[in-house]
Design a protein around this ligand. Structure first.
Ligand code: SF4
Length: 501
């Protein structure tokens, strides 16, 4: 008899197969709009039905089950809308459905590879990797988390290519992220980032970029490969964006949007929220401007982290701002069905922290080969050049004791635990070891002594005021957000649904 796991795999395979069939029917479907909407709606209905069943089982925090389902529905509606409105190139539609939705989201990677990994190591592997291929950037933004500038430090092409190949081969990964520096400035041995994207067309890439280098030719190339979604960084509207990123940058970004719209690329925005712009970024005006007028398909929101250039605790959104953002972000997902992911208010949908190579999570490789648990956790126990030089591979990186201990912390926190059988799951609205539980992370940093990746990270580690400030911040955030977690996620099942407490 098939086990629960095998049944779950079969369900995922069946859903992925359905998506691939739909992909083949798109040329017909997009001309019969009511039929396309009918298919999307019936899929949605199934998601809602299984959500209620999962909530009733109480194996996972019920509110988190609801949030995750609503995020899935928002993504489904976003893609359906874009297809029906003919806003995506044929190749983009194909790759979105077959690679991003079917392989990366529904199956969460190649099932046979994931299962082989699980049998050997006892857990499901990470689902993706974030690679910052170069430190170089053509802008010099205030507070850049990567402290990027014109410095040319980059991964070699063979290593970059090998990282993607190994993530596919050992983890079954079908999704990959580029961050910066500016990924579009990467060049080695005559190869660029787009060469990598084209070479690995069984992977879908998300690229954080400042957007200034996306001309018509590049947008056309993206539409032609179809397996890349650029997320262009903004800070709100023109004034806030140029205050941080420099004069003239906003107009370059608008030109990039225009090129991407014209060529029908699946593009979006990424926003950094500080104490100064927290209320602006989620305003109706900003949302309408980007999603409505500019045609962005998605938004990734990052609350400021006190790392990188001129780091300071003074820019962290206040606990009250975090609560307002939490309500607003989920309102946009639940009511407007926008594909909007807010790190960290969407932590309920990812079941907490995804760093350190957690199952279905990720890890980061930087331009100099340093590997960190997360882009916002700038401490590295291992360097990919050393690993490869010793004849080892990505699995050895994953097995590093610091990463393993962080994964154990995530498990104790609640990831993968059965609520009904094993009891308590801690608050996933404040899931971050770096920012929300610094006292606990600090103990792990003391134990494993991973190397700070830059002077800023080294300075933070030895600064008692930084430690005290973050611990105090965490205490205040918890006193505001813990009651909501208890009420909406553990006792009740409202999740981030508008109108809940
Ligand atoms: S370390 Fe923090 S920022 Fe990174 S994945 Fe975990 S929760 Fe998110």
């Amino acid at each position: 008899m098939a086990t629960e796991r095998e049944l779950a795999y079969r369900r995922r395979e069946a859903k992925a197969a359905r998506l691939k069939t739909i992909a083949r029917l798109i040329p017909v479907l997009k001309n019969i709009k009511p039929l396309a909407w009918y298919l999307a709606k019936s899929w949605e209905k199934q998601i809602r039905k299984s959500t209620e069943q999962n909530i009733a089982r109480r194996e996972k925090p019920p509110g988190a089950v609801r949030d995750r389902a609503e995020m899935g529905i928002a993504i489904l509606r976003t893609v359906t809308r874009a297809i029906i409105e003919d806003r995506l190139s044929p190749r983009t539609v194909e790759k979105l459905l077959k690679v991003l939705l079917a392989e990366a989201i529904v199956k969460e990677g190649e099932i046979s590879i994931k299962e082989a990994f699980r049998q050997k190591y006892g857990v499901i592997p990470p689902a993706f990797m974030l690679i910052s291929p170069t430190k170089k950037c053509n802008l010099y933004c205030i507070g850049c988390y990567a402290d990027s500038d014109r410095t040319e430090i980059k991964l070699s092409w063979p290593v970059l290519d090998r990282l993607v190949t190994e993530a596919k081969q050992f983890w079954g990964a079908r999704f990959m992220v580029f961050s910066g520096g500016e990924p579009l400035m990467y060049e080695d041995e005559g190869h660029t980032i787009m060469d990598l994207v084209e070479k690995h067309d069984d992977v879908f890439f998300l690229m954080y970029t400042n957007g200034t280098l996306i001309d018509e030719k590049l947008a056309r190339r993206m539409a032609g490969t179809g397996n890349i979604m650029p997320a262009i960084s903004v800070e709100g509207l023109k004034e806030s964006t140029e205050r941080r990123r420099g004069r003239g940058v906003f107009d370059s970004i608008l030109r990039a949007f225009e090129n991407l719209r014209k060529e029908k690329v699946f593009f979006g925005i990424s926003l950094t929220v500080t104490r100064n712009n927290a209320d602006e970024v989620f305003s109706d005006e900003v949302v309408d401007f980007y999603f409505g007028q500019q045609g962005a398909h998605f938004a990734w929101v990052f609350q400021y982290m006190p790392i990188g250039r001129a780091f300071t605790l003074d820019l962290l959104p206040t606990p009250e701002q975090r609560l307002r953002m939490y309500r607003r972000a989920w309102e946009l997902v639940y009511k407007k069905h926008l594909f909007l992911v807010d790190f960290w208010n969407s932590g309920t949908a990812t079941h907490g922290c995804i760093s350190a190579g957690r199952s279905g999570g990720y890890m980061v490789v930087n331009w100099d080969g340093t590997v960190t648990p997360c882009v916002f956790l700038p401490y590295s126990p291992v360097n990919i050049y050393e690993i490869y030089g010793q004849g080892r591979n990505l699995i050895d990186v994953w097995a590093n004791p610091f990463f393993a201990d962080l994964r154990e912390w995530q498990r104790r926190y609640g990831y993968g635990r059965n609520l009904a059988a094993e009891g308590r799951v801690r608050n996933w609205i404040m899931p971050c070891p770096m920012r929300d539980h610094y006292g606990e992370l600090y103990e792990l940093l003391k134990k494993h002594r991973p190397r700070p990746i830059d002077e800023n990270a080294a300075e933070a580690l030895t600064d008692p005021e930084y430690y005290q400030g973050l611990v105090e911040y965490d205490r205040k955030v918890a006193s505001l957000l813990d009651p909501i977690w208890e009420e909406n996620y553990l006792r009740g099942n409202a999740g981030g649904q508008p109108g809940s407490s």
